[in-house]
Design a protein. Structure first.
Length: 198
């Protein structure tokens, strides 16, 4: 039996009407994060009746609650993040809609030895630790810097629920050494409006 070269085979298939060359996949729209949108002056409430708290976010922001193990996260989305998530869903792009919100509230079950300041690894440090009061509870506001993968900055407020069963941490996060001023304003709005309700 004669050996047929790959090129000869592809030419024969093309002549017979079979497409022998792979077609390029249709390109989908590439989803990109737009510029940050200023927070609206008007506010709306985010309520958690299970844990008994509420706080304000800008009216043009959205929130999403996710739970895993004994931790609840309330993610706050700037309008640019909302548009990115919608584009990712529409175009079925994997990985682009999984970006964390840059401002979030974390609620975790507390233990008797739970502290307001986190335990640090070798590549983390705390700066600007300031005692304050949030929702009539003793609180600490501080900046955590992590240099494990470049510089990551966490503007953080940490306090306990009145029943001491939960530790609440409000965070504005940046992949750089500086927190975005928009995120900082949203962070301040959350901690200044945070309240425990029955």
């Amino acid at each position: 039996m004669k050996k047929i070269s790959l090129i000869s085979l592809m030419v024969c298939l093309t002549v017979l009407g079979f497409e022998s060359f792979p077609t390029q996949a249709q390109s989908r729209q590439v989803c990109k994060r737009g510029a940050f949108v200023d927070p609206a002056r008007e506010s709306k409430k985010v309520r958690n009746p299970d844990l008994g708290f509420l706080f304000d976010i800008p009216a043009n922001y959205t929130s999403e609650t996710s739970r895993s193990d004994n931790i609840t996260h309330v993610l706050l989305y700037n309008p640019n993040e909302q548009e990115l998530n919608a584009c990712c869903k529409k175009n079925r792009q994997i990985g682009c809609d999984g970006n964390p919100s840059l401002v979030y509230v974390k609620i975790e079950q507390a233990k008797p030895n739970t502290r307001l300041l986190p335990e640090l690894s070798a590549d983390e440090r705390l700066e600007n630790i300031k005692p304050t009061t949030i929702a009539n509870q003793k609180a600490l506001v501080y900046v955590k810097i992590s240099t494990a993968n470049g510089v990551n900055t966490f503007l953080t407020a940490s306090f306990m629920a009145p029943n001491t069963k939960y530790k609440i941490t409000v965070v504005a996060f940046s992949y750089t050494a500086k927190i975005n001023p928009i995120d900082e304003r949203v962070f301040q709005r959350v901690i200044s409006s945070f309240a425990f309700v029955k």
